[in-house]
Design a protein around this ligand. Structure first.
Ligand SMILES: [Zn+2]
Length: 443
C-alpha cells in the first residue's frame, strides 16, 4: 500500500525535532513520575497523563476496568485490587476527515508502578523525580512512564516539522499491568465489543514501549503468581518438639521450588526462542508472612511466589504441576502440615512475536535508520501486556522502548538520550507506516 504521504523528513530533521523537545520531554516525564501510581491506585498518574493528552488535542476517552466483563477471558487474572471505578485512558490522533487514510498504530503502555521499598534506600525520594547526567530517577521513570512519554514526544516532533500521521495513532495507558494485565485486557475487550468510541479495527499494529533497551521483543515467558499458606502446630519453644513450624516448612518448600526451577530451565525443556538465554525461568519468593512471637512456634506462614514457564505452556497446567510438587513436599515433611494454595494476580501465558510482519519490519528499519545498526532481538524473561494482542487479537505486536536501570529496584532511572532515540524511531515508524500529512498548529 502506498501511504498518502508528503516526502518523509530526513533522519537529521527528526533528530533535531526530538532534541528541541528535550525540556518538554523531561517536564512531561517528571510530572508523570511525581504522580504516584502503585497498581490499584493509579488515578493520580492517569489524571496527569489525561491532561497532557488533552493539551495535545488528542481525542481522549476513559475505558473502565470492569472485571465482570472480562472474567471469562482465558487471559483474565484474578484481581489483586477492587476495580473501584478505575479506568484506562485511550487517546487517538485522528487524521483530518476527507484525507486519504494511512495505516495505523496503537501505542500501549502501563501507568502502574511496583512498590518502592524503603525510601531510606533511595538517594532521593522515589516520587520526587531528579535528573542527574543522562538519567531521570524515580519509581516508574523506566517502567514504564518513560516509554509512554516517548510516544507523545514522537507525535510532537512530527508536528514541530509541520507533519501529522496520515493514519490513526492510539495512545493507550492502562492500569494493573504489573500484577494482572487486566488493564490492557479491558481495553482490548472494549475495542472488540464496541464499548468504546475506538474500535479494534482502527489499528493495524501495536507497539509497547517497555524499557528493554531499544531491543525488539521476539518472545516472552508466561508468569503466574501463587500464594501458599502453611498451617503448623504452635507451641512454646520450651517444648518445640511438640510443635510444627510452618515457616521452617516454607523454607523447605522454597528449596524444593528451586529444584523444580532448575529442572524447567534444563536445555532439553527449553523453548527454542530461549535457547541462548542463560536462565530464562525464575521462580521468586517475593513475600513471606507468618509468625506471632519469637518464643512461639508459629501458627501459619504464607509465601507469595512468582513462577514462570515457556510460551506454549498452559498457565493452569503450569500451576497444577507446581502445586502438586508443593503438596507432595509438604506431605513428605509432615503429614500434619496443612497446605492451601491459591492463585491471585498474574496468570499469564507466554507468547512469541511475529517480527517478520511488515509492521515489525518497518519498526526494525526505523531503528536501523536512527541508530545505524539493526536492533537486537530479545527473548524476555518477564511478561508484558503484549500477550493480550499476540494471543487475543490478529494485530502484530512487539515491545520496543528505552534503556532503563534498576526497574523494580532502588534508584530506578531511565536514559534520556535513549528516550530521544526511541522517540525518533517511533516518529520514523509513523512516517514510514502511517504516512504523513501537513499539520499546522491551531490558531
Ligand atoms: Zn513494565
Amino acid at each position: 500500500m502506498t501511504s498518502p504521504s508528503l516526502p518523509p523528513p530526513s533522519t537529521d530533521a527528526l533528530a533535531q525535532a526530538v532534541e528541541a523537545l528535550h525540556d518538554t520531554m523531561v517536564r512531561q516525564l517528571s510530572d508523570l513520575v511525581a504522580a504516584p501510581s502503585p497498581s490499584g491506585a493509579e488515578q493520580p498518574a492517569a489524571a496527569v497523563l489525561e491532561a497532557q493528552m488533552q493539551a495535545l488535542g488528542l481525542d481522549c476517552e476513559r475505558i473502565l476496568l470492569d472485571s465482570r466483563l472480562i472474567q471469562d477471558s482465558p487471559l483474565f487474572s484474578c484481581p489483586c485490587d477492587p476495580d473501584n471505578g478505575r479506568y484506562n485512558l485511550l487517546a487517538r490522533h485522528l487524521p483530518p476527515a476527507g484525507t486519504p487514510r494511512g495505516r495505523s498504530v496503537l501505542f500501549n503502555g502501563h501507568l502502574d508502578v511496583v512498590p518502592t521499598g524503603p525510601d531510606r534506600l533511595w538517594h532521593s525520594p522515589p516520587f520526587q523525580p531528579r535528573v542527574e547526567g543522562d538519567w531521570l530517577y524515580g519509581r516508574g521513570a523506566g517502567d514504564m512512564k518513560g516509554g509512554l512519554i516517548c510516544t507523545l514526544i514522537a507525535l510532537q516532533a512530527l508536528r514541530s516539522l509541520g507533519l501529522q500521521p496520515a493514519g490513526v495513532v492510539g495512545f493507550n495507558a492502562v492500569l494493573d499491568e504489573e500484577n494482572t494485565g487486566n488493564g490492557t485486557l479491558s481495553t482490548v475487550h472494549a475495542l472488540k465489543h464496541t464499548l468504546a468510541k475506538a474500535r479494534l479495527t482502527d489499528f493495524d499494529a501495536v507497539i509497547i514501549p517497555e524499557p528493554f533497551g531499544e531491543t525488539l521483543m521476539a518472545a516472552q515467558v508466561g508468569v503466574s503468581w501463587l500464594f501458599v499458606t502453611l498451617t503448623g502446630r504452635p507451641a512454646h519453644v520450651a517444648y518445640m518438639g511438640s510443635g510444627l513450624n510452618p515457616i521452617e516448612a516454607g523454607m523447605a518448600l522454597v528449596a524444593e521450588l528451586k529444584v523444580m526451577e532448575a529442572e524447567w530451565n534444563a536445555p532439553e525443556r527449553r523453548h527454542p526462542a530461549f535457547a541462548d538465554v542463560a536462565h530464562p525461568l525464575n521462580f521468586n519468593l517475593g513475600t513471606i508472612e507468618g509468625g506471632e512471637w519469637n518464643s512461639s512456634v508459629p501458627c501459619t506462614c504464607t509465601l507469595g511466589l512468582r513462577c514462570s514457564y515457556f510460551p506454549g505452556i498452559d498457565a493452569d497446567a503450569a500451576l497444577a504441576e507446581i502445586s502438586e510438587r508443593l503438596r507432595a513436599k509438604a506431605q513428605a515433611l509432615n503429614p500434619a502440615l496443612q497446605i492451601e494454595i491459591s492463585a491471585r494476580g498474574h496468570r499469564s501465558p507466554g507468547c512469541v512475536y511475529d517480527l517478520a510482519h511488515p509492521a515489525m519490519q518497518t519498526l526494525a528499519q526505523a531503528h536501523t535508520q536512527v541508530n545505524g545498526q539493526a536492533p537486537t532481538r530479545l527473548a524476555c524473561t518477564a511478561t508484558t501486556d503484549g500477550r493480550h494482542f499476540s494471543l487475543g487479537t490478529d494485530l502484530p505486536v512487539t515491545n520496543y522502548g528505552p534503556m532503563a536501570r534498576h526497574i523494580h529496584g532502588i534508584d530506578e532511572s531511565v536514559s534520556l538520550s535513549s528516550m530521544k532515540r526511541v522517540s525518533q524511531t517511533l516518529a520514523r515508524f509513523m512516517v514510514d507506516w502511517c504516512g504523513v500529512l501537513p499539520w499546522s498548529p491551531p490558531t
